[in-house]
Write a protein that binds this ligand. Structure first.
Ligand code: PRP
Ligand code: URA
Length: 209
């Protein structure tokens, strides 16, 4: 669709998306499949991490290696974004974590933000937004606006499933932000749900159906 979008696909992801889509998948299996996809997204987006060269000593000699050059801040969008936090924290254990609470109004589909707490040093950090569903894009666009207002300059989105409408919204509102997703679905239905999608991600992760 554009250079800001990377669709991360491999056979593990394809298998796990099929579990997520299946309405008969119980929440325990839904959670673990989503967790596994989040690992693939994190590995793919690690290309965005600026590296610096360091000198290290092996037991045999001096050599050169790489370390992360900037701090990393993970920001799951409550609630459903929490389901991606485990994989990202496992692979990026030095990351700090902020939280933004945003809830879609189910009638208007407009995002309502209700909670904000992030580490202070956003300006020099790679800020990774975690949200499984990029539907209209309203929630993530609003989160980006808030993060930029608090100093963030380098923001990347990790979403399990995205709609073309959501990707376009981010491109229009925040053309400097890259999106990593495991699938670009067909579109949105009249209620703003991604189709074919997986339903309400938060309800399926937390068993609140
Ligand atoms: C879901 C999802 C996104 C948002 C996507 O959250 O996790 O945050 O909807 O929709 P959008 O792109 O149209 O804004 P929801 O509002 O259902 O809240 P929840 O995570 O608390 O269930
Ligand atoms: N939020 C969800 O959880 N699922 C969708 O399909 C759209 C928004």
């Amino acid at each position: 669709m554009n250079n800001n979008l990377t669709v991360v696909s491999n056979n593990l992801v394809l298998r796990d998306i099929t579990y997520l889509r299946d309405k008969n998948t119980p929440h325990r299996d839904f959670r673990t499949a989503l967790d596994r996809i989040a690992y693939s997204l994190c590995i793919a987006m690690s290309d965005h991490i600026k590296m610096r060269e360091v000198e290290i000593e092996t037991p045999l000699e001096l050599t050169r290696g790489k370390k992360f050059a900037s701090p990393i801040v993970l920001v799951p969008i409550l609630r459903a974004g929490l389901s991606m936090a485990n994989a990202f924290l496992e692979l990026l254990p030095q990351a700090k974590m902020g939280h933004i609470g945003i809830k879609r109004n189910e009638e208007t589909l407009e995002p309502i933000d209700y909670y904000y707490k992030t580490p202070k040093e956003l300006e020099h950090s790679l800020v990774i937004i975690l949200d499984p569903m990029l539907a209209t894009g309203g929630s993530v666009s609003s989160a980006i606006k808030i993060l930029k207002g608090n100093g963030a300059k380098h923001i990347v989105i990790a979403a399990i499933i995205s709609s073309p409408e959501g990707v376009q919204r981010i491109l229009n509102d925040h053309s400097d932000v890259s999106i990593y997703t495991a699938n670009l679905d067909r579109g949105l239905n009249e209620k703003g749900y991604i189709v074919p999608g997986l339903g309400d991600a938060g309800d399926r992760v937390f068993g609140t159906l």
